[in-house]
Design a protein around this ligand. Structure first.
Ligand code: PRX
Length: 659
């Protein structure tokens, strides 16, 4: 296979980084320096990682061994005999140095209401909540579910868990009650931390009500700790189970000793969608994960003292974990927590945020960039963005047009753009430019981070494709510190999903190319996962939500190309006998998915059909549906397995009418 034509433009690191005038030089300021460090990370991993782990983290018991295990066996471990405490690393170290240093800038939903949390205050808050959790009887290894809006208390809740060695599982607060319940049950959480309500774009979100609904099917949950965000008095309170955060914290002493944990003890589970319907609880560790989050942030965003870093992701996703909470705090940096939406009160909110807080590094998703670009440059230009040095993108391929707009209009041509490729399972960036060193090509995530040995494999034979100008599936050849170690309660699924498809490699699930210059280009998922606005959705999960409706006989869900969201959910549905295909039913089916999974899973296109394309043995051929919705019905490939070829005309007709 050869690599299709790419954008040929190459952007050198901007002057602002190469010639920093009065500011610190970038951590890595040339490709030669990157290559030297990268080479060392692969050729002398023990020395490289020992240095990084001791310089970056404070260990209670130093490790004597860097790594053990292999991808082949699926038993990798990093710094296995080392002990540390994650909240100590993220809070106490900086509070001791300078308690007035700002940990979080909290930009509340309503503009003009920003506030700050210093490291000194953060230590008190984390200790208070940790003592409350301890008083609930929780001990090291127990799991706590967190279902909260984007407020500093969400980070406090995570860090309080980490202080006691508890495992948190944050569930994105846009998920429905049934999705929340599924995750609470799978994680065996006995405590849920939540808020009375959330606020987004001045609209209240009934956070606690959703928790109450979810917990009807979670009898194991004994306590719900409720933070008062809006104070709406009508929010239900179950006195035998619910505890007000402010009351409980007030009853505790404001210090809690950090509990030493092994580097390999889990820090959190985070559920993500896979090829099958059931979400996977990806397990991340305390030592390797924290190191990965901190190091990538330091090098990829070139973080220095006094920087103000802003990542717009919700803490319900891995990006929020690694780059709103753990990465910035492990570096003692200042992180912005943004509660609102990019268009409230208007499309300049992000840029206003940059201006107001003098943000130095800004990190968001291509879908937001594309959406804001549609509103026009005026919203950006009216704000002073001169504080920015590095601007990042994550979650999906960024099309060169959006990259160029981000670079020219938001970055004003003065900033480095970092297109960071990674996944929930990788824990931190695995492919990304380094802002002071890497010449960028718009749309390419460029080169691997330290310690990441990439390979492109032939998808059929699994053979590694050597040289440049090749395409295949992306794989990683050796373990790295922040990689997921397992799936909670299902190690076999972990092996089958990531390590067994190509023995000896970590299989990322993405197609990729390496161009003639050795740059990596991510081509999107090669499995039944679709990427909507940078959020991963399992087609099987949406299909099973649809089949849950009494009128539905069968459903097949595919991703359709979408200018704004990258991909959109397109659902094909056949009805049971006796049900009429009409618009009312379509609306009801869309609602069914929203209720069962949450608004992020809303099908944009729902098409009722008489029949789905199937093999003779009755298996739905989604590939055909994918091609038809992409307008590529003339490139359907081998159709010999299709049991009824006459259905193709019907499909093209209904899809054309629906799009
Ligand atoms: O397909 C890739 C895409 O997002 C997937 C990972 O999704 P998730 O685990 O939800 O994590 C998102 C945030 C890290 C990947 O398998 N993806 C992520 N970043 C990029 C990307 N695709 C292309 N370019 C990227 N920079």
């Amino acid at each position: 296979m050869t690599v299709e034509a790419q954008s040929s433009a190459v952007y050198s690191p901007p002057e602002r980084l190469t010639n920093p005038e009065g500011r610190e030089k970038p951590w890595v300021s040339s490709m030669a320096q990157y290559e030297e460090l990268y080479k060392e990370s692969l050729e002398k991993p023990a020395e490289f990682w020992t240095r990084m782990a001791t310089e970056t983290l404070t260990w209670i018991k130093p490790f004597s061994q860097v790594t053990q295990g292999s991808l082949k066996a699926g038993n990798m471990a990093w710094f296995p005999d080392g002990q540390l405490n994650v909240s100590y690393n993220c809070v106490d170290r900086w509070a001791a140095q300078d308690p007035s240093r700002v940990a979080f800038v909290y930009e509340a939903d309503e503009p003009g209401q920003a506030s700050q949390v210093t490291y000194g205050e953060l230590l008190d808050k984390v200790c208070g909540v940790a003592n409350v959790l301890h008083s609930f009887g929780l001990r090291k290894g127990d799991t706590v579910a967190i279902y909260m809006p984007m407020i500093p208390e969400a980070a406090v809740a995570m860090l309080a868990c980490a202080r006691l060695g508890l495992v948190h599982t944050v569930v994105f607060a846009g998920f429905s009650s049934s999705s929340l319940a599924e995750r609470v049950i799978d994680a065996r959480a006995r405590v849920v931390i939540t808020a009375d309500e959330g606020l987004r774009g001045s609209r209240p979100i009934a956070t606690k009500k959703i928790v109450d609904e979810a917990l009807k099917s979670c009898p194991e949950v004994e306590k719900v700790l409720v933070y008062r965000r809006t104070g709406n008095e009508s929010v239900a309170f179950n006195a035998s189970r619910d505890v007000w955060w402010h009351e409980a914290v007030a009853a505790q002493r404001p210090y809690c000793p950090p509990v030493p944990v092994s580097a390999e003890d889990p820090l959190f589970l985070l559920y993500t969608s896979g090829s099958t319907g059931k979400p996977k609880g990806v397990v991340h560790t305390s030592g390797g994960y924290l190191l990965g989050a901190a190091l990538t942030l330091k090098y990829v965003f070139d973080i220095h003292d006094n920087d103000v870093f802003c990542c717009t992701a919700d803490i319900g996703w891995i990006t929020g974990h690694s780059y709103v909470v753990y990465g910035p705090l492990a570096l003692g940096s200042t992180s912005v927590i943004f509660e609102s939406v990019p268009t409230y009160p208007d499309a300049s909110r992000y840029w206003q945020l940059v201006q107001d807080h003098k943000i130095t590094q800004f990190y968001t998703a291509p879908t937001a960039i594309r959406a804001l670009r549609r509103h026009g440059d005026e919203y950006v230009k009216r704000c002073d963005l001169s504080s920015l040095r590095v601007i990042g993108s994550v979650g999906e391929p960024i099309n060169p047009d959006a990259w160029t707009w981000y670079n020219d209009v938001v970055g004003g041509g003065r900033c480095a753009v970092v297109d960071t490729y990674w996944q929930t399972e990788t824990g931190s960036h695995v492919i990304s430019p380094l802002p002071g060193a890497t010449p960028s090509k718009p749309g390419s995530a460029t080169f691997p981070f330290f310690g990441i040995e990439l390979a492109i494999l032939d998808p059929t034979t699994g053979a590694e494709l050597e040289g440049n100008d090749i395409s295949g599936v992306l794989a990683i050849k050796r373990p790295w510190p922040s990689m997921a170690r397992t799936i909670a309660g299902d190690h076999k699924r972990f092996l089958d999903t990531y390590l067994n498809p190509y023995p000896g490699y970590y299989f990322a699930g993405d197609g990729a190319s390496r161009d003639a210059d050795g740059y990596y280009w991510i081509r999107g998922r090669v499995d039944d996962v679709i990427n909507v606005s940078g959020h991963r959705m399992s087609t099987a999960e949406v299909e099973s939500a649809l089949i849950g409706h009494h009128a539905v006989a069968e459903s097949a869900v595919v991703g359709a190309p979408d200018d704004l969201t990258g991909q959109a959910i397109c659902a094909f549905v056949t009805l049971k006998d006796g049900f009429d295909a009409n618009d009312e039913l379509k609306t009801e089916l869309v609602k069914e998915v929203r209720t069962r999974i949450g608004p992020i899973a809303t099908p944009k296109i729902l098409i009722l059909v008489d029949e789905l394309p199937k093999t003779r043995s009755g298996k739905i051929i989604r590939r055909i549906l994918r091609k038809v919705v992409a307008g590529e019905a003339d490139q359907l490939g081998d159709l010999s397995t299709l049991s009824d070829p006459s259905i193709l005309d019907m499909l093209v007709r209904v899809v054309t009418a629906a799009l």
